[in-house]
Ligand binder design. Structure first.
Ligand SMILES: Cc1cc2nc3c(=O)[nH]c(=O)nc-3n(C[C@H](O)[C@H](O)[C@H](O)COP(=O)(O)OP(=O)(O)OC[C@H]3O[C@@H](n4cnc5c(N)ncnc54)[C@H](O)[C@@H]3O)c2cc1C
Length: 374
């Protein structure tokens, strides 16, 4: 049943005095966790300091999703997440959010056997048609620049803000309350259970899940994760293809970290690593890096030098240690306050993992037994 009409946030002056679980942060991670907890019957309160959605990484993200990842722990989250993004039955809108334009992962030819193995795994799990191409110049509109490519025709991109909104609507329909413009000031230990101190009142909670993204690098008292989280800049540009070029898949080149995706009619988002660490979250775009990105991506998208620059967007994500072991371990970190956990840093990949990460985090919190910290 569609829940598109469900109002998604509350404007009450005060937060409720009690909750089973308080989720701090209404980005894609907090929304995934809140949705999954609410559908398990937990009384959930979601708090976000920003008045408008999309204040953090989620609001700036390109939303590329694919089943493949070099890191097996991330791949274990990305594969079922892609299945969720493809399934219309999982969404309040009744529509699958995936734009299945295809995903091309370019790699050094030496990685051929590993990519073929990955393709077989993806196809067995998703009934998909992933395959490896080598010895060709181009795949799905992407020039391979002497690399080989894993092509996932059933992958592509989602709009992260839409996905987040859909999950929050589902959470509200299941009884959750979402409060915007409410900043968490501290989380304290009151007799073994957390008290969430906000600028709109105190909430006594059974548990707290912190999903504050890059703010975890400089957390409020009581939300400091046990492992170190740092901010790292991510900068992308949108260009307009002039004259219009044929459509292309999303792509990432594992050799260089360069990537691109379609971004609307005749528009493409391009990016490459911007290795600025511990940066302020509102740092302005870096024009030299934007220019270098065009040159660096031209071997893959030869029409780029003719394209019109539309805008450059700079944001940041939280970076931390990769999760150890399988998918269920390392997703939550202790904070030193009983029953208060911080969701791991997503290292620039929080959208492609969010459906399955949210499910696993919610299951762990609901069970009261958590996977071991990283
Ligand atoms: C430009 C860019 C491109 C990207 N492209 C991709 C991609 O193609 N594919 C992919 O998988 N990933 C991509 N990512 C990464 C992905 O977007 C992030 O990993 C993901 O959005 C992180 O979501 P989050 O919910 O954890 O954090 P955020 O979206 O940052 O949300 C955190 C929320 O916490 C709130 N908050 C913080 N402190 C407090 C407080 N004290 N009290 C209350 N609320 C608080 C903030 O207001 C914010 O809304 C990209 C990121 C960027 C920046």
């Amino acid at each position: 049943m569609s829940q598109e009409g469900t109002p998604v946030h509350r404007r009450d002056a005060e937060v409720p005095p009690r909750a089973d679980v308080v989720v701090v942060g209404a980005g894609i991670t907090g929304a995934a966790v809140a949705h999954q907890l609410a559908r398990r019957g937990a009384r959930v309160v979601v708090l976000d300091r920003a008045a408008r959605p999309g204040a953090g990484a989620t609001g700036h993200s390109g939303g590329m999703v694919r089943a493949y990842d070099e890191d097996p722990a991330i791949a274990a989250l990305a594969l079922p997440s892609l299945a969720a993004y493809r399934d219309p039955g999982r969404w309040a809108s009744g529509r699958a959010p995936l734009h299945a334009v295809g995903a091309v992962t370019v790699a050094d030819p030496a990685r051929g056997p590993a990519l073929r193995e990955a393709a077989a795994r993806i196809n067995a799990a998703l009934r998909a048609s992933a395959h490896v191409v080598s010895g060709v110049a181009e795949a799905a509109g992407i020039h391979l620049a002497d690399g080989i490519a894993l092509v996932e025709p059933e992958a592509g991109w989602v709009a992260p803000a839409e996905v987040t909104d859909d999950w929050l609507r589902q959470a509200v329909a299941d009884g959750a309350a979402v409060h915007r413009a409410v900043r968490v000031r501290a989380v304290e230990d009151h007799g073994g259970r957390p008290a969430v101190v906000t600028d709109a009142g105190v909430i006594r909670a059974g548990a707290v899940v912190s999903a504050v993204g890059p703010w975890a690098a400089d957390p409020v008292p009581g939300l400091r994760p046990a492992t170190t989280v740092r901010t790292r800049s991510i900068q992308v540009s949108i260009v307009e293809r002039r004259p219009p070029a044929p459509p292309h898949a999303t792509f990432v080149d594992l050799r260089t970290g360069r990537y691109a995706k379609p971004a609307g009619a005749d528009r493409t988002l391009i990016g490459m690593p911007h290795l600025v660490w511990d940066c302020p979250l509102d740092a302005p775009p870096d024009p030299a890096h934007a220019q270098a990105t065009v040159s660096a991506l031209t071997p893959h998208l030869p029409w780029l030098p003719e394209a019109r620059h539309v805008t450059t967007i700079r944001a940041a994500d939280a970076y931390g240690p990769a999760p150890a072991g399988g998918a269920a371990s390392g997703l939550l970190d202790g904070t030193g306050v009983p029953h208060v956990w911080s969701v791991r840093a997503w290292n620039g990949g929080g959208v492609k993992t969010a459906p399955e990460a949210g499910r696993l985090v919610a299951a762990a919190v609901a069970a009261g037994t958590l996977p071991p910290a990283v």
